[in-house]
Design a protein around this ligand. Structure first.
Ligand code: NAI
Length: 512
């Protein structure tokens, strides 16, 4: 479709924020023929590319390379001493980030999207006449008008005043991923053993830091399957990473010579904290990773009447439209699942709905579907999950069959020297897959097959009837699916009860 002739500052769609939600949406909209303005106050790519997924994965790749070298002897290879040149690790990370950033700029250019560098604020308007947006750059202000708007401004590390983040020794993930940060701390204290805390613990322990994680809850990565958490803890233990749970961190302070954190047990009631027994943790550096806050301030939301809830922009969960007709919000700023790929997916949905309401585009409206959302924790081994955990299924009243398969029983994994396990949960009556969790080499990739199966309502039977190449790690999926109905080949047999399971098992056998 040809783009309509308009004034240079008039757009079909303006997108505020060029992270994986915003830049993806901009390209999708251009593919539909829309004239698009993409507004970004910082660098293209947002948190994911500049201060999140990509730089972390670049550091992890070096860390895991180094970790593998330690095992070389076991594989029959003598390499002598090897050491880390962290400046080069950081240089490599920065190069990857810069190259991918330039790639996004080129892609936008190829789709003829206009990029505005500056802070975007919606001044007023409505879906009939369009919305006026002010863009405040370093040296100038610009105004544009857009028929539809998508807000994709993301999130920022959550801070607590008592934690005294000084960005020098008490850091957020933004600081530790800064292009100029190139220190391997001798001792690293991490507050918060969630996704970010565990990924950085893994990276820096591999590079030689002595890492301690302080966690408020009774467990690290508390939302995961208990068996997966147990495996990660086992590995962290081997790496010398100390995890202290049920810790109420009262303060973190940079004393000049080091960083000091004071904690007490979470079992102490608030009014008794002053007199309670305290613990002190000292380190060279401290990373604060206790969650993220949504970036929704100063966007003009109040004036327009866009509803927010504790910073999260409220949207219709199906259409992603805000309380103002014609304005949509996607990704972290909505307070949903804070994952880059969810933001990109929501970009597709918001673009379809925004453009479908403009007559010149032949785009159909659509609704979100979060049936199968994969997520990964990039520790070594990594953790991949999709759908429900056992506890969640129980809460929903779903009766389950559970299949588990260990890496140690798989030929390919054994050759690679990898440990871990894959768990598949299936509805007891339909054998439809309702969730899966995996810890081990390639878990993030293995979970993709199960995600596809879940998205399309397939059963474990469908998985077992699919030929998987041998010897590959993908056979983990086949064996775990077969384990659900008690017929994994490389798992010891067990009597099958006279139950529906037996009936289903017979069906599986006779259909071959
Ligand atoms: P998180 O919510 O995963 O973990 C924060 C942890 O800090 C929780 O375990 C919480 O109990 C703990 N905590 C909170 N306040 C505390 C306190 N005062 N003292 C001690 N512990 C405290 O948040 P995180 O790790 O900061 O990640 C932020 C978001 O970014 C998450 O939604 C995550 O899913 C996303 N993310 C995803 C990644 C991935 O997909 N691989 C990588 C990094 C982040």
């Amino acid at each position: 479709m040809l783009k309509e002739e308009t004034l240079s500052n008039e757009y079909d769609l303006a997108i505020i924020g060029a992270g994986p939600g915003g830049y993806h949406a901009a390209i999708r909209a251009a593919q539909c023929g829309a004239k698009v303005a993409l507004i970004e106050k910082n660098r293209l790519g947002g948190t994911c590319l500049n201060r999140g997924c990509i730089p972390t994965k670049a550091l992890l790749a070096s860390a895991h390379y180094f970790e593998k070298l330690h095992d070389a002897e076991e594989f029959g290879i003598s390499i002598g001493d090897c050491k880390v040149d962290f400046s080069k690790v950081v240089e490599r990370k920065n190069k990857i980030v810069n190259e991918l950033g330039a790639g996004i700029a080129n892609l936008q250019k190829s789709w003829k999207n206009d990029i505005y560098q500056g802070y975007g604020k919606i001044l007023g308007g409505n879906a009939e006449i369009g919305f006026e947006i002010l863009i405040q750059g370093d040296n100038a202000e610009e105004f544009i008008v857009a028929k539809r708007v998508i807000i994709a401004t993301g999130s920022t590390p959550a801070l607590i005043p008592n934690f005294n983040v000084d960005h020098v020794r008490i850091l957020t993930s933004d600081d530790i991923l800064d292009p100029n940060f190139n220190v391997i701390p001798e001792n690293l204290l991490i507050i918060g053993a969630g996704v970010i805390g565990c990924e950085f613990a893994d990276i820096f322990a591999n590079f030689g830091s002595k890492v301690t994680l302080l966690e408020y809850l009774p467990s690290p990565i508390a939302g995961e399957e208990p068996m997966i958490i147990k495996e990660l803890k086992k590995k962290f233990d081997l790496m010398g990473i100390k995890i202290v749970t049920s810790q109420n961190v009262l303060s973190v302070e940079h004393t000049g010579s080091n960083v000091k954190a004071i904690t007490c047990s979470t079992s102490v009631p608030i009014n008794e904290i002053e007199d309670a027994e305290k613990s002190t943790y000292e380190s060279d550096y401290c990373l604060i990773s206790i969650g993220r806050n949504k970036l929704s301030k100063d966007l003009g939301l109040e004036k327009l009447g866009i509803m927010t809830n504790r910073g999260a922009i409220e949207v219709d969960p199906a259409t992603l439209e805000t309380s103002v007709n014609g304005i949509y919000a996607i990704g972290d700023v909505t307070g949903g699942l804070m994952l880059a790929h969810v933001a990109s997916y929501e970009g597709d949905v918001a673009v379809a709905n925004a453009l479908s309401s403009l007559t010149q585009f032949q785009v159909k409206p659509t609704k979100t579907n979060y049936r199968a959302v994969p997520s990964t924790i990039f520790t070594s081994p990594n953790i991949g999950t999709v759908g429900l955990k056992r506890k969640e299924a129980k809460e929903l009243g779903i009766d389950l069959y559970v299949g588990q398969f260990p890496y140690q029983s798989l030929g390919k994994a054994k050759c690679m020297g990898e440990n871990g396990l894959l768990i598949i949960l299936a509805d007891k009556y339909t054998l439809q897959i309702v969730g899966a969790s995996c810890i081990g080499e390639g878990a993030s990739e293995l979970i993709a097959e199960i995600t596809l199966a879940m998205q399309h309502g397939l059963s474990v039977e469908d998985l077992t009837k699919t030929i998987h190449s041998h010897p590959t790690l993908s056979e983990m999926v086949l064996e775990a699916a077969e384990a659900v109905v008690g017929r994994a080949i490389h798992k010891k047999g067990r009597p099958v009860a006279h139950s529906l399971k037996e009936v289903l098992l017979e069906q599986l056998v006779y259909e071959y």
